[in-house]
Design a protein around this ligand. Sequence first.
Ligand code: HEM
Length: 528
Amino acid sequence: MGVLQDLLSPAVEQCSQLPLATQIAVGVGSFLFLVVFLNVVSQVLLKNPNEPPVVFHWFPIIGSTVTYGMDPPRFFQEMQQKYGDIFTFILLGKKTTVYVGTNGNEFILNGKLRDVSAEEIYTVLTTPVFGKDVVYDCPNSKLMEQKKLMKIALTTEAFKSYVPIISDEVNSYIKRSPDFKGNSGIVDIPKNMAEITIFTASHALQGKEVRARFDESLAALYHDLDMGFTPINFMLHWAPLPSNRKRDHAQRTVADIYMSIIKKRRAEGQSDAKDMLYHLMNSSYKNGQQIPDHEVAHMMIALLMAGQHSSSSTSSWIMLRLASRPDILEDLYQEQVRELGPEPLPPLQYEHLAKLPLNQAIIKETLRLHAPIHSIMRAVKSPMPVPGTKYVLPTDHVLLAAPGVSSTDEQYFPEPMKWEPHRWEKDSRIAPSIVRNEVEEEEKIDYGYGLVSKGAHSPYLPFGAGRHRCIGEQFANVQLQTIVAEIVRNFKLRNVDGGNDVIGTDYQSLFSRPLEPANIHWEKRDSP
Ligand code: HEM
C-alpha cells in the first residue's frame, strides 16, 4: 500500500495543479480505465468452470450488445466457431447464454416449466400492447388454454373460406394501389407487403367489420401499437415517452373497437361468421367460465400482432428473392398452369394449394434463410444442468435459442446460404437431411394446446418448438401461399439492375426484415 501511495502521490499532486475541467476529465478517464481493467481481469482470472465460456468484452454492462445487435446470426456463427455451441455474452448487463444447434434448440425450447419462463422476459413488451390477462400476462396454464382455443378456430373448413378472401384482397389491392398503376414500374416492396398482410389477415381471421376499419382509423392505431414493440422498450416500457403514451391510447381504443363489435354481434344474434372473433366470443375455459370480452379483444390484438411482422417480412423476402431469380418465378407460374390450368387459371381454392409443391417450397426455403425471429429468449427459473457438460446455468442467466443457426448449417443443408426452393424436392442434389429422411421421426407431445412435434431433432424450426410453439403456422402458410400464387399470376418481377443480388437484413427492430428501400421492378403479366 505504501509503495502504491509513493508511486501515485506525485501524479495526484501534479493533477491537483491542473484546471478543474481537466481534473474532472482526468478523473473520469482514470475511472473508466479502472472499470475496463477490472472487467478484463475478472474475465481472465475469475472463470467459472461450471458455467459456459463468456464472450470476451471490454466494457461491463455493454458487453457484446453492439456486436450482437448489428448482426445476430453472424455473431452467433462467429462465437460458435470460437467457443463451441454454448457460450454466454453480456446483453445490456444480462448474462445471456446462447445454446445453438439441435441440442440447444431442444434444451431451451422444450425446457421444463419449472426451469424456464418466457413470460418473465416478454411481458414488459407485450402486455402494454396486447392488454391484460392474456398471453404473457397470465399463468402459463392459461396461455396454453388460450392457444388451444385459438388453434381450434383454425380448421380446414375455415382455411377453405380464407383462400378466396385472401385472393380477393390481393387482387383488389393491386388494382387500387397507386404503386402498381400502369404496365410496369419500380416499387419499394416491404411497405406493400405489410399492407397486403394486414388486409388479408384482418379480413380472414378477424372478420369483415375489423377489415373495414383498416381503411380508416385502425391502421394508424396498429402502427402506434407496433411502436411499443421496439427493443428499447425492454428497458423503457414504463417511461412516459410520447411513443408509449400513443401505444397505451391505441391499446385502449383498439380493445374498445373489438368489444363494441362483440356487443353488436351479440345484440344482432349470432353471426355465422367463421372467423376467430366469432369462435372466441363463444368459447369457454376448462372451468366453464366464458372468455370475458376484454380477453377476447386482447387475444385478437395479440393474434394480429403475432402474425403481422413474421408474415409481412416473410412475404417481402419472398418477393425480393423472386426478383433475384425470375427463373423460379416462371417455374411457379408454369406449376400453376400445369396443375390448375389451362389458362385462364381458375380462381384459387384451398384445395389447389396442395397441388403446388414449389409454391409451398418457396415459403419453406425463405423461412430457412430469413426466419423473422432470430432470438428466442427464456429466463432461467431454477439452476439448469446442461446434459453432457459440466455446466449448471444459474438463475441470473437468460437463455437464448437461435434455430436460424441450425437451419443454415451445412451438416443439414448442403450449400446452406443458397436460396434454392427446388432443394425441397426429394431427388434434389442439395436436399436437406430432413427431406432425405436422415432425421429420426419426431416425438409428439401435448403441452395443453394439442399434439405438436417436439422438434427435438429437427434443424429446421422457423415456427419454434415446445410449449410456446407457433399456432399460426398453418394460417401463415395458407396466407403466404395464396399471396405468392396471386402475385405470380399478376406479375413478372426482377431486380432493378437485372442482377441476382438480394438486399441485406435490418436487425434494428425485434424482427429481422429487409433493409429499405428494397426496390424491385415489376411488370404486369397481361401487359401488351
Ligand atoms: C409463436 C414464428 C405467424 C401466432 C411463435 C414462435 C415462433 C413463431 C418462432 C415461438 C416464439 C417463442 O418460442 O418464444 C412465426 C412465423 C410466422 C408466424 C415465422 C409466419 C411466417 C404467426 C401467425 C399467428 C401467430 C400468422 C397468428 C395467427 C403465434 C402465437 C404464438 C407464436 C399465438 C405463441 C406464443 C407463445 O406461446 O408464447 N411464432 N409465427 N404466428 N405465434 Fe407465430
